[in-house]
Structure formats: structure tokens, C-alpha cells
Design a protein around this ligand. Sequence first.
Ligand SMILES: *Cc1c(COP(=O)(O)O)cnc(C)c1O
Length: 459
Amino acid sequence: MTKTIIESFKIKSVEPIKMTSRNQREEIIKTAHYNPFLIRAEDVLIDLLTDSGTSAMSSEQWAAMMRGDESYAGAQSFFRFESVVKEIFGFKHIIPTHQGRAAEKILFSIIGGKGKTIISNTHFDTTRANIEFTGAEAVDLVVPEGKIPSAIHPFKGNIDLQKLEETIKRIGPENIPLVMLTVTNNSGGGQPVSMANIHKAKGICERHNIPLFIDACRFAENAYFIKLREEGYANKKVYDIAREMFSYVDGCTMSAKKDGLANIGGFLALNNEEWATAARNLLILTEGFATYGGLAGRDLDAIAVGLREVLEEDYLKYRIRSITYFGEKLTAIGVPIFQPPGGHAIYIDAKAMLPHIPVEQYPGQALVAELFIEGGIRAVEIGSVMFGKKDQQTGELVPAQMELVRLALPRRVYTQSHVDYCVEIIENIWNRRNSIRGLKIIKEPPFLRHFTAHFEPVK
Ligand SMILES: *Cc1c(COP(=O)(O)O)cnc(C)c1O
């Protein structure tokens, strides 16, 4: 066995990176109001903003795109897509959408509303926003270890089963239309959920007659962690592990922009006939006909191939190893990161790294700005900018549980030397961390403020 785990692909098509100077980057981030979402992509050297829709497609996917059937209704592309999704995920009704949040919007429009509560390990930001938009409440019940960045635990994405039971009893099962498990738990450090946890959560939900769904965006990465870490799974195929995960639940929402290895797409998959009918009606209203759901036929074909490729074990081995490698290098320097490294990203604990910046001055956002200035790296804050709330009475910030900065690795895009470069940049920032200043918000929208808010350095 060799020590080096190589990228499980070779490069056929390349895209140049534009180099910039520190002075240029200081100007760029200022013009973007210190919000990475407002920077032009061409001004970024290493784009770790998200792993969503940023995957490099394979030659097989590009070939499949040429086979795309662009018929309005009943396209062959849909049936190829549907058969792969049915095979892996096992649900009766497969409803394509243009991305994950469209599936969420449709699902929660049907089952949400005032007085309802949706429980999760941790709702992703678009999931939470779509739930709250209907007037329903979104509750997060991740295990206590999942909230402590330094705690080592193999499945920090697990839902707290005792709290789940208690919460169902307290709120009343009639007010809980759905429980959801996010795998891997994106907003909680990309940490996996164990098979045992999925199975036991299903047991609790079943006793109370509540359907259990999976937010499946990173199902393959989660399945691989189960293989690596859960007893009894080391010799199982990741494909079979994925199928077992979904065999315990009643449906899922999926963003094919993650583990679909595609640049756009998603779906809602479920067994409940009544919900599926309502969902298809809404789909036609907002996304498109039931056999394309806001996607081109070629997109459906790219996803069909991507869903198979993402379960290939050599790919997953390379994928998980690159994140772990990044995490090990940062840990060796002393940079506090969410431990152990998750499946798609490294999360720096900005509160621990910049203790001199109070949460009201958004240490995570400040670090995001520094990463860009120092090395042209684009990252995203997952902390009080994203999840903080304003107290209705006092107008003061109710901070998020953690102040993290996420460095998400696009799939099959960057090589080891890109990662080594990022480590070097972060080490430079680490060495001058005490001089970093906080930021304040000067403009923000009512929902999902991190996408468009404007910031300014604190004097
Ligand atoms: C990305 C993501 C979504 C939303 O999917 P989009 O395709 O971006 O709309 C939902 N849940 C999780 C966990 C995600 O990572």
C-alpha cells in the first residue's frame, strides 16, 4: 500500500486561474462590502465558497449530456434519471427540481404552516428558511458533541434521540408533519449520521406516526463515513450502505449540485402518494412539467451518471482523504478546526482563533475577509451572520451556537498543491491573527442575509 492517495482521475479540460496582488484583493473585497458572495468569481484564486454545483463533470457525464432528450413531456432523459434515483434511493415517486431548495419549497408548502414544527439534526439554511417562510418552526436537535468543535466523535451529525422523543411528546406528534436528518450535517461541520441513528430515529418517528425524511445532499460521503467508522460496515459496498440508509426513511430532498456531481439539479423523492400528487401540482406551477422540473433533459442525464460515479469507492477514498489531509495540516499548525474533518469541507472555529473579536463583530466574517486578502481564497461564514437573529425587543444580536468559517472543496476540481497553498495562506493569517479586526453589518435583507448583506470594518 502506498502512503499517497492520488486523485482518482486525470485532467482533460482546464480553466485558468487569474493571479491577483494583495493590493488588488484589498480593493476587491472592499468593493464587495466584505461579503464573499458579492465578489466576481474571476477575481478569486481558490474558490472554496461552496461545493454546490461546482463539481467537475466526468467525460461520461459530458457524453451523457449529448444524449439529453429535450422533449417537453416524457423525455428519455427523465426515465434514465428516474430509474437511477429509484434504484439507489428506493422511493416510489421521483420529482425532479432545479435544485435542492425547490424540493424543500414544494415539500414544506404542502406540509408546513403556522403551528407546525419540523425537527432535524440541523436544518440547512435554505431548509430552515423554507420552513419558516410557511410560518412553521424549525427545531435542531443534534447530539451535544455536535456543538463542540473540538469534541472527537465518529458521528457528530447524529440527532439526539432522547431529545427527539421528548420534543415530540412536548409539542405533540399531530403538530410535527415531518422529522428530517441532514446527511452529512452541512451546518454542523459536515459530520456524518450513523446508520444506527437513522434506524433508531425511524423507530421513534414510527411510534408517533411521523414520517422521517433525509436531506440527502451528501448521501455518498455519509455512506462512506459509515463504512469507515461504523461497526459491521467495513466490508460492505458504499452503494449498499446508501441503499440501506434510505430503506429506513419515507422520502428525501436532494440537491444534485452536491453528491449528484452535477452543476444544477435536485429532486424530491417520497413514498406518500397524496403528498406526491400535491407536489407534482406545485411543481407544474413553479418549476415545470413533472418529467423535467425546471431542468433540461441533458441535466437529468448528467445527474443520472453522476449519482453512480459518486458511489465509486476510489472516488470517495480520494474525496474524504483530501479533506482529512487539509484538516491534518491545519491542526498541525495549531489552527482550531471542527474535529474530526467532515466530508466536504474544513470548518475553522473562528471564535477560538480570534477570541479578541466579540460575536457582535462577526469573527467568522472577519476571517473570511482575511482569507481573501491574504491569498484570494473565497470561503463562507457559518455563524452569526448566517444564523444569528435579532432580538425582537432589544434589537440585539442573538448569536449562533458556533462561529465557523467553511472551506468547502468542490468535487474533482482542485489538486493537492492547491490545498497546500491554502494551508500556507491560513498559516500566514494564523501568525498575525491578533491584529485582525471585526466587522459590522451596514445593510441586510429580511431572509438569508448572508447572501447580500454589506459589512464594514469596525474602527
Ligand atoms: C445545498 C443544500 C441544500 C439546498 O440545495 P440547493 O441545491 O443549494 O438549493 C439543502 N440542504 C443541504 C444540507 C445543502 O447542503
